[in-house]
Design a protein around this ligand. Structure first.
Ligand code: HEC
Ligand code: HEC
Ligand code: HEC
Ligand code: HEC
Ligand code: HEC
Length: 332
């Protein structure tokens, strides 16, 4: 074939590829930094009207795949179907339970109204994000698929306080150094959407963990002190780090158990004690205030083993979170 012809074909191809890159670059620039330049007719074409009709959470997973799979693992997705909830609400018959377990729209700081549709989704995407025709969120950004609106409260504790009323009140009495989101929705760099290849047109941002992890207790979070007298002993527990009661609840029944085992010098148990530390018994550990427990013990008790075991509201299983031993006559 003609060498000249081949050469010009190569040039054309290179130009096309280059043109492609430039077009992508310009689109990226406009989409992320100057989305107000996009003509509204074009925006209308890209919109998916079904998204602003309060669809189930599954509809959002087409693009927000990662956030959806985290939310699916969260307790929010179980708020209506949870076996403990079904039991306590007498098979869904108690009306006063509906606002927080199947909320319509979350308005930061006020208890939501209940909804009728998509009940099995519990506390779902639309409850927290959709209002007045737009998906509200922490960012000022452009989504071709649905309108968005930046709302500052998304990163503030008051947003969570709409339903976590008691916990929010407890948190307000602390130093408020960290928001609920900073511990229960930790952020990481990533993409908001995973729809290939279009998601790459959007810049990376901080993405918050929508599995809403309920928090892990570290040994240093609770200060444990113990004092032996002749026939008496005192245990003192101080919640140093968790900026709400430990445990905390609005209606659930999470519990912390303290098991004490007193031993003689041969290591035989001479007596044992148990404490139930629970919001429903008003015995949860407040932030940075020591709680003291007194015991009568035998004078041959020379050692104590204290085991703190935690049971979340949605499980019957306990896990040991802290264990310590104290010996008579030794500073603990
Ligand atoms: C003001 C909002 C609100 C109302 C109203 C409400 N809850 Fe809850 N509920 C919560 C929040 C927040 C939690 C998660 C924290 C906790 O464990 O309390 C929760 C958790 C629970 C849990 C433990 C989690 C689980 O699924 O096992 C149960 C059970 C429960 N609620 C039952 C009820 C029942 C029954 C009612 C009605 C009598 C009710 N709730 C009304 C906000 C509410
Ligand atoms: C067809 C794709 C698609 C679907 C389906 C979709 N979104 Fe989006 N959404 C996007 C894109 C694209 C962005 C912007 C991403 C970016 O800039 O990184 C976005 C952004 C968002 C934001 C951020 C808003 C802000 O201002 O911070 C929220 C919240 C959101 N979507 C919620 C939802 C919810 C809830 C659903 C389901 C009802 C949903 N989206 C369904 C594509 C989609
Ligand atoms: C619309 C009401 C509502 C809002 C708003 C809300 N939650 Fe919840 N949350 C609940 C309910 C109801 C449950 C209990 C679900 C269940 O287990 O049945 C819950 C459970 C949780 C749990 C799990 C607790 C456990 O025992 O493991 C965490 C953590 C949590 N929420 C954190 C947050 C944070 C952080 C925010 C704010 C960004 C927030 N929630 C906003 C209603 C709400
Ligand atoms: C209990 C309320 C709640 C539920 C339910 C919820 N979100 Fe969010 N979402 C938030 C909060 C609060 C933020 C801001 C977190 C931050 O930045 O600290 C957020 C942030 C986002 C963002 C912006 C990126 C980011 O992570 O900051 C997107 C997109 C989003 N959510 C989509 C969804 C989708 C899709 C679902 C359902 C699968 C969903 N959300 C369920 C409260 C919720
Ligand atoms: C400094 C980090 C931190 C902050 C801030 C924080 N929490 Fe927690 N939260 C924890 C830890 C750790 C746990 C596990 C220990 C426990 O059970 O209290 C926990 C447990 C919980 C639980 C599960 C119930 C329980 O006690 O077992 C809920 C619900 C909760 N937090 C809600 C909130 C809300 C709502 C806010 C904001 C008002 C908030 N948290 C602020 C660290 C934090």
């Amino acid at each position: 074939m003609d060498i000249k012809f081949l050469k010009s074909k190569k040039i054309l191809l290179s130009l096309a590829v280059l043109g492609g890159f430039v077009a992508c670059g310009i689109s990226y620039f406009i989409l992320n930094y100057h989305y107000n330049w996009i003509p509204s007719q074009l925006v209308e074409l890209a919109r998916k009207p079904e998204l602003v009709k309060k669809p189930p959470a599954k509809a959002c997973s087409e693009c927000h795949a990662d956030i959806f799979s985290s939310w699916e693992k969260s307790r929010h997705s179980k708020a209506w179907v949870s076996e403990f909830y079904v039991e306590d609400s007498e098979n869904h018959s108690k009306e006063k339970c509906l606002p927080c377990h199947i909320p319509q729209t979350v308005n930061p700081g006020t208890k939501p109204d209940p909804r009728l549709d998509n009940r099995d989704d519990g506390v779902y995407c639309v409850s927290c994000h959709f209002k007045d025709g737009a998906m509200r969120g922490p960012y000022d950004l452009f989504s071709p698929s649905h309108p968005t609106r930046e709302v500052g409260e998304f990163r503030k504790s008051v947003f969570c306080g709409s339903c976590h009323e008691k916990t929010f009140k407890e948190w307000e009495t602390t130093d408020r150094a960290r928001s609920c989101q900073s511990c229960h929705m930790p952020r990481q760099m990533g993409r908001l959407t995973q729809k290939f290849p279009l998601s790459f047109m959007h810049q990376k941002r901080q993405v918050a963990d929508h599995s809403f992890p309920h928090g892990a207790i570290e040994p240093n979070d609770i200060l444990m002190e113990f004092e032996f007298q002749d026939k008496r002993a005192t245990l003192s527990l101080t919640n140093l780090k968790v900026p709400h009661n430990f445990p905390t609840a609005d209606n659930g029944n999470p519990r912390l158990y303290a098991y004490l085992s007193f031993l003689d010098t041969k290591g035989e148990e001479v007596s044992s004690e148990k404490e139930i530390i629970a919001p429903q018994k008003e015995t949860a550990l407040p932030w940075q205030k020591a709680v003291v427990y007194n015991y009568r013990i035998a004078s041959q008790a020379s050692k104590v083993r204290v085991s703190l075991q935690y049971k979340p509201a949605w499980s019957k299983e306990k896990t040991e979170v802290i264990v310590r031993e104290f010996t008579r006559g030794e500073a603990g």
